[in-house]
Design a protein around this ligand. Structure first.
Ligand code: LCS
Length: 394
C-alpha cells in the first residue's frame, strides 16, 4: 500500500508497510536469510556504495524487517523506522546516536528501570552526563537544561506509576535549548498518542509490548521524524548491531494488524479495572491516566486518545498484602512485561524497577508496595472477579 499515510490509523494497522514482492503473496513473507546474493561483483560493489537499491545482509536490511519498519513509521507519522532486537537496543541506539562524550541528557524519573540505569550507569562511562527529573513538572525540565544538553528523553505515561508529561511543552523547552526530544511511546502505542505530531524528534518503542501484543517476541523500534535523523541513527545502528530477526519482524507485523482493535479493548478493560480498584476498601491508591483522580488527567485527555492498558495501585496493607494478592490470582499471571493479550501482574520494586535501586525509586515516587497490572483483552468482569477473590485473601 504505497499511499498508506492517507488512511485512518485503524486501516493503516491492517495494510501499512506491505509492498508486493511479485509473487502475489498478500502478506510480506519471512525472508529467513542472513545474506543476499549479488548478480555480479559490480552489483555488490554498487550496493555497498549506496548507488544501487537492494539487500546486502540482514543486519543492514531485509524485506520482512523493512515491512515492519515502514508500518510503524507510518503509524507514528515519522520518516522511517529502525527495527531493533529489543526495546533496550532501540534506546541504546538512540542514546549512542544522539549523545557523545561531554554532552548532557535529561531523562524522566518515572521510566522503565533499565532505561535510567543505561543512562546513569553505562552512558556515564562514555562521558555522558545526565539529570533525572520529574518531567511531569515543566519547571523541573527547564531547570535541568544546560548549555550542553543534547537530548531530553521522556517516557509518558511513565512505567510504573503512569506519570504523564506534556510533550508539546517539553518539545519547545528541549528544542529551544538546542536538544532533541526522544519519547518512549511503549505504553500508548501510536493508536493512543503520536509524539512526533506533538513536536518530538524521535519515538522509541519496546515492540515486545502492545505493538506485537502477543507476549511471544522481544523487539524494539526507533522512528525519527526527519530523513537526516533517520540516516544518522541508522548509520550508528548498523555498527552497534542490535538488529531484529526476520521471524520476529514478521510476528510484529502480524500483531500490528489488530493493534487498533486490541488498544480499544485494553483501554475499556483497564478503565473498568481502575474504577473497580478505586472503590475497593483494601486499595489505598490507583494510578491510571483516565481516572479523574490522576494528577495529570486533563493533560492526558488532551494528549492521548485513551488511558492505555496498564494500571498500578497500592494496597492499604502494603507490600505484604500485595504479595498475597499476586500469589492468589488465578486468571491473571504473575509475570513482568505488559501489553499482551493476557493480563499480567507484577511488583515493580522487586522486579521491573529493581535495577534502579531504592533511592532512585523513592526520588521517582515509586512506592515499594506498588503492584502493576497489564490488563489484557479477556472479559473485564472475569479479570475483576479474579482480582476481587485475590484481594479478599489479603
Ligand atoms: N520501554 C518501556 C516503557 C518498557 O516498559 C520496556 C520494558 C522497555 C522500554 C524495554 O523493552 P525490551 O528491551 O524489554 O523490549 N518493560 C518491561 C516491563 O515493564 N516489564 O518487563 C519488561
Amino acid at each position: 500500500m504505497h499511499d498508506a499515510r492517507r488512511y485512518h490509523p485503524d486501516t493503516q494497522c491492517v495494510h501499512a508497510g506491505f509492498e508486493p514482492d511479485g509473487t502475489g503473496a498478500v502478506v510480506t513473507p519471512i525472508y529467513q536469510t542472513s545474506t543476499f546474493s549479488f548478480r555480479d561483483a559490480d552489483h555488490g560493489a554498487g550496493l555497498f556504495e549506496g548507488k544501487r537499491e537492494g539487500y546486502i545482509y540482514t543486519r543492514l536490511g531485509n524485506p520482512t524487517i523493512r515491512a515492519c519498519e515502514r508500518a510503524v513509521a507510518i503509524l507514528e507519522g515519522g520518516h522511517d523506522g529502525i527495527a531493533c532486537a529489543s526495546g533496550m537496543a532501540a534506546i541504546h541506539t538512540t542514546f549512542a546516536s544522539l549523545l557523545r562524550a561531554g554532552d548532557h541528557a535529561v531523562c524522566s524519573a518515572v521510566v522503565y528501570g533499565p532505561t535510567q540505569t543505561l543512562l546513569t550507569g553505562v552512558m556515564s562511562r562514555f562521558g555522558v552526563e545526565s539529570s533525572v527529573v520529574d518531567t511531569a513538572d515543566l519547571d523541573a525540565v527547564r531547570r535541568a537544561m544546560k548549555s550542553n544538553t543534547k537530548l531530553v528523553f521522556v517516557e509518558t505515561p511513565g512505567n510504573p506509576v503512569l506519570a504523564v508529561s506534556d510533550l508539546a511543552a517539553i518539545a519547545e523547552i528541549a528544542q529551544g535549548g538546542g536538544a532533541k526530544l526522544a519519547v518512549d511511546n511503549t505504553f500508548s502505542s501510536p493508536i493512543l498518542q503520536r509524539p512526533l505530531d506533538l513536536g518530538a524528534d524521535v519515538v522509541v518503542h519496546s515492540m515486545t509490548k502492545f505493538l506485537n501484543g502477543h507476549a511471544d517476541v522481544v523487539a524494539g523500534m526507533i522512528v525519527a521524524k526527519t530523513a537526516e535523523d533517520d540516516a544518522a541513527m541508522r548509520k550508528i545502528f548498523h555498527q552497534l548491531g542490535g538488529c531484529i530477526d526476520p521471524l520476529d519482524a514478521f510476528l510484529v507485523s502480524r500483531g500490528l494488524k489488530t493493534l487498533a482493535l486490541r488498544m480499544e479493548r485494553h483501554c475499556a478493560n483497564a478503565g473498568r479495572v481502575a474504577r473497580f480498584l478505586e472503590t475497593h476498601p483494601k486499595v489505598a491508591k490507583v494510578n491510571y491516566p483516565w481516572l479523574p483522580s490522576h494528577p495529570q488527567h486533563e493533560l492526558a485527555k488532551r494528549q492521548m486518545r485513551g488511558g492505555g492498558g496498564v494500571v498500578s495501585f497500592e494496597l492499604a496493607g502494603g507490600i505484604e498484602a500485595g504479595k498475597t494478592l499476586m500469589n492468589s490470582v488465578r486468571l491473571c499471571t504473575l509475570a513482568v512485561s505488559l501489553g499482551g493479550v493476557e493480563t499480567l501482574i507484577e511488583h515493580p520494586a522487586s522486579m521491573t524497577h529493581a535495577s534502579m535501586g531504592r533511592d532512585a525509586r523513592a526520588r521517582a515516587g515509586i512506592p515499594e508496595g506498588l503492584v502493576r497490572v497489564s490488563v489484557g483483552i479477556e472479559r473485564a468482569d472475569e479479570i475483576i472477579a479474579d482480582l476481587e477473590q485475590g484481594l479478599a485473601k489479603t
